[in-house]
Structures are given as structure tokens and as C-alpha cells.
Design a protein around this ligand. Structure first.
Ligand code: FES
Length: 266
């Protein structure tokens, strides 16, 4: 059940060029958020920018009653957000949306492209803390080395982390889908495909490529769809995508979907 509340910024740091991490105090969201959910952040009390910004929940700490958000400065709203000071308050609505489904699979492969890696840390930590011991692989991709998100923290949660960069400045040169093919052919192997779930978040073209691969290999796959959102609560219809059972709202019927549910378009 989402709530709207004004919560204090505990930490706010730049982690890469144009990328920031916010730590926000909230007993409610830290206790109730599930991996893959997001919050809507009101950037300003003025009319401009008017709309809240949807940001994935990156991590939570029930012990510290706080949660983390990652974001990239891409416009006026996030530029203003980057100037928010520690100790000030943000108007937050959340947690929102459908989370990743944690199933009985023995192998979990988490694939994140760019800022799409943000919600996967909470997922990795939740899987690791779960009752069933899983093999957890994480594939992180970005344009350059400096844009790889929180590699060391992912390494604490996963059995193995593999990096891909578009420019080859770190890890493998290429796309996360290339790394995934390699992992599926040489590490996980077909014997384990029926016991594997792939969780992916990133640009549409990346998700489409991963979905196609999982269809070929008959591996379960959940994707977190990125879409522009206005209301974030299912009322404006501004975030619909085409699925096999009609149009669905990414904000409250997603953002996580079974990859088989999506009508993938080029
Ligand atoms: Fe308004 Fe989804 S953002 S319905």
C-alpha cells in the first residue's frame, strides 16, 4: 500500500558523472518495499517541474529505516534534485508498482543495462537472504567503466558479477546480451535452464534482445519496463505498453512483467 510522506535526505552523493545516490529516511518504505518497486518523487514545491519523477528503489535497510534511490541527471527535474541538500525533505509517494516475483528457481541471473541496474541490487540482496540458496549471477552493462553501478556492492550479494561496456573500457567489450549468451552456454548450461530465472532491467532494445534469447532457450524471464510516467498510480494512462492481453499500465500493472506477456516491437 503506497503512502505519501515528506521524508528527510540522510545522504546524497555523486557516484559517477551525472549519476547520484540518495539515501532517504522512511520506516514505512524501508519495511514495505519489494525489489522492482519504485517511488514518485516531487522535486519542487513550485509548479515547475510539476510532475513527480519515478525512481526505482535501489536498496533498503529495515535496520536503518531508510532506502536508496539512484538517478541520472537528464533534465530540469533531476538537475534540481541533484541540488537537494542532506537534511532537507522530499515529498515521496510509494512504494509503487509490481515487484519482481521470487520463485523456486535454483539459478538467478540479473541483467542490468545503464541505470536499469538500479533496482537489481535490492533484488540480489533479497534473493541472497531468501530461504532457498540460489546461485546468483549479475551482469552489469554501461557505456563506459565509470558508469557501471555499484559493482563492489553487487559482488557481495552475487556469486559472480560480469561487466560489459559499450566502449570496452572495462570488462567485456559489447552488450550485456552477449555476456548472457556466454554465461548460458558455458556456465549455467542447458541442464539448468528449467531451474533458471532471468531478471532484466534496462533500455527497451536490451530487454527485447534478452527476451528473444530466453524464448529460444525456454528460460523464465521477468523484465522491468522503462516508460515515461506522469501520475505513477494508474490514472493518467500515460505509461501504457502493448501486451498479449491488451494495453497495460507500466506504473501499476508493471513495471515488472513476464517477458512472454509483452508484445515486443522493434
Ligand atoms: Fe499514469 Fe501510469 S503513469 S497511468
Amino acid at each position: 500500500m503506497p503512502i505519501q510522506e515528506k521524508r528527510r535526505i540522510l545522504e546524497h552523493q555523486q557516484i559517477a558523472p551525472q549519476q547520484y545516490k540518495l539515501t532517504i529516511s522512511s520506516p514505512y518504505i524501508s519495511a514495505n518495499a519489494q525489489p522492482g518497486q519504485f517511488v514518485q518523487v516531487r522535486i519542487s514545491s513550485e509548479f515547475d517541474p510539476l510532475l513527480r519523477r519515478p525512481l526505482s528503489i535501489h536498496r533498503h535497510s529495515i535496520k536503518h529505516k531508510s532506502f536508496e534511490l539512484l538517478y541520472e541527471v537528464i533534465g530540469k527535474g533531476t538537475e534540481l534534485l541533484s541540488q537537494a541538500s542532506v537534511g532537507s525533505e522530499l515529498d515521496i509517494l510509494g512504494p509503487l508498482g509490481k515487484s519482481f516475483m521470487i520463485n523456486q528457481s535454483e539459478v538467478a541471473i540479473l541483467v542490468g543495462g545503464g541505470m536499469g541496474s538500479a533496482p537489481l541490487l535490492m533484488l540480489a540482496e533479497t534473493l541472497k537472504a531468501g530461504p532457498k540458496k540460489k546461485a546468483i549471477y549479475v551482469i552489469l552493462g554501461a557505456k563506459t567503466k565509470e558508469r557501471i553501478i555499484e559493482e563492489n556492492i553487487f559482488r557481495e550479494a552475487a556469486n559472480e558479477v560480469v561487466i560489459a561496456t559499450d566502449d570496452g573500457s572495462y570488462g567485456q567489450h559489447g552488450f550485456v546480451s552477449d555476456v548472457l549468451i556466454n554465461l548460458l552456454e558455458n556456465v549455467v548450461t542447458p541442464n539448468h535452464y528449467s531451474q533458471t530465472t532471468i531478471y532484466a532491467c534496462g533500455p527497451h532494445v536490451m530487454l527485447h534482445a534478452i527476451a528473444d534469447l530466453t524464448f529460444q532457450k525456454q528460460i523464465a524471464c521477468q523484465v522491468s519496463m522503462e516508460q515515461k510516467m506522469a501520475c505513477g498510480i494508474g490514472t493518467c494512462l500515460g505509461c501504457v505498453i502493448k501486451t498479449r492481453s491488451g494495453y497495460k499500465k507500466v506504473c501499476d500493472e508493471g513495471p515488472v512483467f513476464d517477458a512472454k506477456e509483452i508484445e515486443w516491437q522493434v
